[in-house]
Design a protein around this ligand. Sequence first.
Ligand code: ATP
Ligand code: MG
Length: 355
Amino acid sequence: MAKIEFRNVVKRFGAIEVIPEMNLVIEDGEFVALLGPSGCGKSTSLFMLAGIYLPSGGELLFDGHVVNEVEARDRNVGIVFQSYALYPHMSVRDNILFPLRFKKTPRDEAFARVKAAADLVRVAELLERRPSELSGGQQQRVALARALVKEPQLLLLDEPLSNLDASLRLSMRTEIKSLHEQLGVTTVLVTHDQIEATTMADRIICMRAGRIEQVGTPDDLYLRPSSLFVAGFIGSPPINLIAGEAEAGTVTVNGARFPLEGGASGSVTVGLRPEHLRFGETGFAGRIAQIEPMGREILYVVETGMGAVRVLEQGSSAGHSTGEQVMIGFLPENSLVFETARQKLIAGAHVRAPE
Ligand SMILES: Nc1ncnc2c1ncn2[C@@H]1O[C@H](COP(=O)(O)OP(=O)(O)OP(=O)(O)O)[C@@H](O)[C@H]1O
Ligand SMILES: [Mg+2]
């Protein structure tokens, strides 16, 4: 297993700077997720760890040793690509065996390792088949077995679940997580799916345009997003973001005034998560415009003086109807206040609904 470090790592493709400067430590045995929108540099970062891309500047360290110049095959890294990239003309057995070809592993040991890796991801009965004779989920497992056969010190997963249907994705999420618990191998998962990141990873590295926006546990990012970008990226249905002006202990939103705890002044953006809002006797007024049943929960879209506000309620049957006038209440400690100009969280500032 390995401790991984990015030290002032830069990546350019020609004149285009994709990663301006990356600093990050991933602890030995940790499971982290690189999360961010398409094009933010997740795969580029992963490919540098794999030795597929050479950093343009800075240092990449495995257990304190600089590996910039170390060839991919000598890094002892297992990787699963988004497309699985299985060799179609080879059997499952030969696909899994492939990474051992450079290692001069004795034949008996190689076969035993293939068997062990196949057992681990439950494809042992499929070893004689070709990839075309497998389902998507089975191909995904074979790709995992191929990544694990070398007993890597680092496991890299680039959107490994994106080709699977919703229910298979759910079960593979659990399987990969328990595989990590079993093997303890340092794992980096690349995903643009915040639910995948929050359910699987110990820590999330949220990226935006080649830069790290915030690093933290899933709870850190959900409860204390450092920026509007992270607040908007984490949470489903998404957080309500409401523009206001703060001054002397109040926030004014579209003519309505709300008490403000903690210091803030100037243009602010108030963040209220749909699951933290409740219909009640007090709060701010609105009219239900739309009802979206989501299984165990119901999403209400409420027209208010501040624009449309999403309210998520527990329960499978709607207790309210379209057109109904409602009051929306919330606990002040669940509200977030951001400085609009810098897009940053104002620590300790909370808005309270009027009594
Ligand atoms: N070989 C390359 N040459 C030039 N530009 C590249 C190359 N590879 C990636 N890029 C650019 O670098 C940026 C980051 O790409 P990257 O593939 O790392 O994004 P990503 O976060 O993995 O996105 P996605 O979620 O779509 O896979 C993009 O703007 C992309 O166009
Ligand atoms: Mg990618």
